[in-house]
Design a protein around this ligand. Sequence first.
Ligand code: FAE
Length: 515
Amino acid sequence: MGLSAWAGRASAAPIPAPIPPGAHVPVLVIGTGYGGSVAALRLAQAGVDVHMLEMGMAWDTPGSDGKIFANTTTPDHRSYWLRTKTKQPLSNFLGFPLDKDVPKYTGILDAEEFSGITVYQGRGVGGGSLVNGGMAVTPLRERFSAILPSVNAAEMYSTYYPRANAGLGVTEVDQAWWNSVDCYQYARVGRKHAQRSNFSFVFVPNVYDWDYMKKEVAGTVPKSAVAGEILYGNNAGKKSLQKTYLAQAKATGRVAISALHRVTSVTPANGRYTVVVEQLDTSGTVTATKTVTANKVFFAAGSVGTSKLLTRLKATGALPGLNNEIGKGWGDNGNVMCGRANHLWDATGTVQASIPTAGIDNWDAGGAFAEVAPLPTGIETWASFYLSITKNPNRAQFTWNSTANRAELNWQAAWKQPSIDMAKTIFDKINAKEGTIYRTDLFGVYKIWGDHLTYHPLGGAILNKATDNYGRLHGCSNLYVIDGALIPGNTSVNPFVTITALAERNIDTIIRTDF
Ligand code: FAE
């Protein structure tokens, strides 16, 4: 029995992409971000064939300009997911609106609008790793324990955080070099102002290839981070999941990825799951609807994607066994942005590397950790720019609107006020010390706070509530959540290392006990 099961598994060739209608696969993974990539790699290494379904594009083919990804300063059709006008996080500059018309396309950055908040997410093979800043932060252990008390922290910090950091290719910037280059002048100004107000200024690891950036500065390779590439993809030095976990997963020969395939339904049938998938073209039109089956399904569509799917599947009766925790506990990681106007003697530089390297830690005293962020505009802005992560306690819930046929999120714009108050514990003090003021021209006309958005959606299917302590969904065997939806709304730092480490922990146990 054991031998024939093993032989059957070993001989099965994975069904190649794009997945054909009627296909049966052992494991389907919905989404190709951090959680999905960890699951695919570790399952494949354990000898299991995996098919990944990703609603976004593969991002492996250059456009007419010879580049795969558009620059931050010149967004085009590649930049936004099915929009006809850009929705730039920094919408204005010196009184002028920055957004412009673009052709509707299955672009890389989704600015998904819910009541009271716009949630930015990566779309494509690699998920958020395609668009994010690469800041790879392991939270302090006591803060992790407060966030996920049911998880054995000793095991996380001895095994799974190190494994995640290694898998992601996380490294530290060379501080001597950082201190000497023009492209980090903005960050050195950030350090000076933080330290003059007695805040702790901390270097933060990243997944960027620092040797490549050194060559960019030296002018010996095509410029990427130093040319400002980040928000709409990075053409060279950033180690996105395409270059790390997904490359390794593909190299096993057991993982296939169908891009431009969006999952709309998962229902039990004869001890398996029936999964309905829409194939899209690059204008977002559905060109085919396919039904496939799988023994096991991993939800890795991101906090928003997974929460929306599960909320719908529960409410419409497709998965009636899901419990009442589905959709709950969603948070924005307390994100809030702001800029400060600097004096003429504190220029931040015309060339700013798009890869952030440091933050101001006032978490314990004020509830805020502020990333010193670049403003890669190519001109001197006389501005310091920050993305703060704050201890905002507000949590929203996804619910199903049957009339509109969509999942809705009940976040309220006013719920950002605690985040603003916490960020002010840092920047009011720095402004007072430096004799500076907030910029009011970056998020609208006379608007100081970028409080309408988040880059860090978390929660909606919380670990040990909607699922067991390893991500197995309550009420449905062989269904798993393995992405940011598991984390209750906040990680105290940028989230992807924690999402990756938690996925490493969960898949370890799942492979040992469920396969
Ligand atoms: P995620 O990476 O979002 O992957 C989910 C995937 O599922 C996506 O590729 C979706 O297209 C796909 N999908 C969704 N619905 C479906 C469906 N129905 N069918 C098929 N596919 C679907 O999820 N975090 C950091 O730690 N450091 C940073 O510096 C940082 N900077 C950021 C900057 C920006 C602009 C943004 C938007 C995010 C940033 N983040 C950063 C957040 C980070 O990218 C995010 O937490 C992770 O990507 C979430 O990982 P998941 O695996 O949960």
